[in-house]
Design a protein. Structure first.
Length: 135
């Protein structure tokens, strides 16, 4: 099946997808701040997987995974075009996530992952979970 939009339009759409500071990430960070949780760092390059939020002192890595890009079991919808490309891309993301989180755990980190839809639906609940893990 072919794409419903032109290549140029698709390119424009894809270029607007943010790697950092996505709406779900910002939503979670604001909820963490409201709870008084401080001392976290963003996108640390020296930590496997570059967690979205890292509480270095507590060795807690927090990831906010996009439902499409990381194949959420609840929300993921497989594209209808370029199936080989997208299947490979998404499977690669999922495999990379698994390896990076395993590396973090081997280095003594605790890892918490939230799906995009979880954060957007109830950011306070997600922040509360992070707070519990810090205690």
């Amino acid at each position: 099946m072919t794409d419903r939009v032109s290549r140029q339009t698709r390119s424009t759409i894809m270029s607007r997808i943010r790697k950092y500071d996505s709406v779900p990430e910002m939503t979670l960070r604001k909820a963490l701040w409201r709870r008084g949780l401080r001392g976290w760092r963003l996108y640390r390059q020296d930590i496997p997987g570059n967690p979205d939020v890292a509480f270095v002192r507590h060795r807690l890595a927090v990831f906010v995974d996009g439902c499409f890009w990381h194949r959420c079991p609840k929300c993921f919808r497989r594209p209808h075009s370029r199936l080989r490309y997208w299947d490979s891309k998404i499977e690669g993301n999922v495999a990379r996530d698994k390896i990076r989180r395993m590396l973090l755990r081997k280095q003594g980190w605790r890892v918490v992952k939230f799906w995009e839809h979880q954060v957007l639906a109830d950011p306070e609940c997600c922040a509360a979970k992070v707070e519990r893990m810090l205690r």
